[in-house]
Design a protein around this ligand. Structure first.
Ligand code: NIG
Ligand code: FE
Length: 418
């Protein structure tokens, strides 16, 4: 299939983009792309490709701009219920960490999620996945983390693997048994840390070998934060995970600076995420590593906080920056990477081009998949989106709607209703 009539084809060709490199979109005006099966085969101008492949079935993209499908590298996609009542409490002055310390917050979603059946969890999550896909996300990382006990965490993992199998949205799973201290260990956080290291992670490894043999191992993540896991506990859990072969991620500096970003760099984590209260020392450590800094602007926005990720400093230090939604029931119920881009341009001071690169190619790097997705290049998986507008900058400029008209996933075209 030859996709043509693309006003701008943002290829993002090349390697993930560090520091001042961020924002190299490699745009082909009046572009076209030849897709064979699930793969991009040739990328060029419409003139070249229409002449070279006269008999190829054609797909007229209607003059919209095209770019790689969004990759959302940080989501808490799977949960049951909602926390609308807590949102109201926060508006009245309670803080997120106060609500968590009182047994609400993450722990309230843990109660709802533990009580849900596999089918119910899948059903509630599928609705969100469909919304993300319509908004142009073609691959999303997805964390467990609302079980905080082995059986429930593994049930969430099973649901994620089954949902990934259903498609079309592709999932990169992450185990977040270390999302909060389990309620059963309320007064013994070291006890829960120990349980994670000695039992839950080894159980995850053997479960994976039995249920998902042959698939790459999932990421293991931890919430390194006041009221969740200390730096020392985070080191314990992530080191144990690394010994078992798991690639790593960390939630760091969302509310307090505990040093989690430097720990991520030291342990060779794929990414360090949130990074709001990140110090200059942490930024330097990240920039000297291959750990991707993932900014989640929906989270401060969702919490109505003034401070966002110091993205410009991360880029000035030559760091690798990506963007994600952090979709979750507490701080940021947002399915749209378009909205993430709109926020990033306003509050992280990224240019539209930088935000697009951070939401595609660099986001793919944050989940270790930039060799396969994140750009439109011969040999890569045929995931792209076509906008209803002819200039990609509308993505950053407008907000609150959906500018995606067609989503191409593994070579198959899905068109949004008008
Ligand atoms: O990334 N910070 C920890 N985890 C989520 C919030 C999860 C929740 O509140 O349910 C986050 O913001
Ligand atoms: Fe998160």
């Amino acid at each position: 299939m030859l996709i043509h009539n693309l006003s701008q084809l943002l290829t993002l060709a090349g390697e993930p983009q560090r520091g001042s490199e961020l924002g190299r979109l490699k745009i082909i005006p009046n572009g076209a792309v030849l897709v064979r099966g699930e793969t991009f085969e040739v990328v060029g101008t419409a003139d070249e490709l229409l002449a070279a492949y006269p008999n190829e079935p054609r797909f007229d993209a209607g003059g919209g701009a095209a770019l790689p499908g969004f990759v959302d590298p940080h989501t808490h996609l799977i949960w049951a219920g909602d926390r609308a009542a807590e949102f109201e409490m926060r508006l009245e002055g309670k803080t997120y960490l106060e609500i968590l310390a009182a047994g609400g917050g993450i722990l309230s979603t843990v109660r709802a999620t533990r009580a849900a059946s596999l089918d119910d969890l899948k059903e509630q999550t599928r609705t969100r996945m469909q919304a993300m896909f319509r908004c142009g996300t073609t691959t999303a990382e997805a964390k467990t983390g609302y079980g905080l006990e082995s059986a429930s965490e593994l049930l969430q993992m099973q649901a994620l693997l089954e949902l990934d199998g259903e498609g079309p949205l592709e999932l990169a799973p992450t185990y977040l048994g270390a999302h909060a201290i389990a309620p059963e260990y309320k007064d013994d956080p070291d006890g829960y840390t120990d349980l994670l290291c000695r039992q839950m992670l080894p159980e995850l490894r053997s479960w994976w070998d039995r249920h998902a043999a042959g698939r790459p191992l999932p990421f293991v993540d931890i919430f390194c934060e006041t009221g969740a896991f200390s730096l020392e506990q985070s080191r314990c859990v992530l080191s144990a995970a690394r010994t078992l072969g798991f690639p790593l991620k960390i939630h760091a500096d969302e509310f307090d600076n505990l040093g989690g970003a430097s720990l991520a760099a030291e342990l060779g984590a794929a990414s360090a995420d949130h990074l709001v209260k990140t110090s200059a020392i942490d930024i330097t450590a990240l920039a000297h590593s291959n750990t991707v800094a993932v900014a989640l602007p929906c989270t401060p926005f969702g919490l109505a906080q003034a401070q966002y990720t110091p993205a410009r400093q991360i880029l000035a230090a030559d760091g690798l920056l990506a963007l994600a939604s952090d979709i979750n029931p507490g701080t940021a119920w947002c399915e749209s990477m378009q909205f993430v881009i709109a926020l990033a341009c306003r509050y992280l001071k990224l240019t539209p081009a930088q935000a697009v690169a951070a939401a595609t190619l660099n986001a793919a790097a944050a989940i270790g998949r930039s060799d396969r997705i994140g750009s439109i290049e011969a040999g890569k998986q045929a995931d792209l989106i076509v906008l209803s507008v002819d200039d990609y900058r509308h993505l950053a400029y407008r907000f609150g709607g959906n500018l995606v008209k067609h989503v191409v996933k593994k070579g198959k075209v899905f068109t949004n209703a008008e």
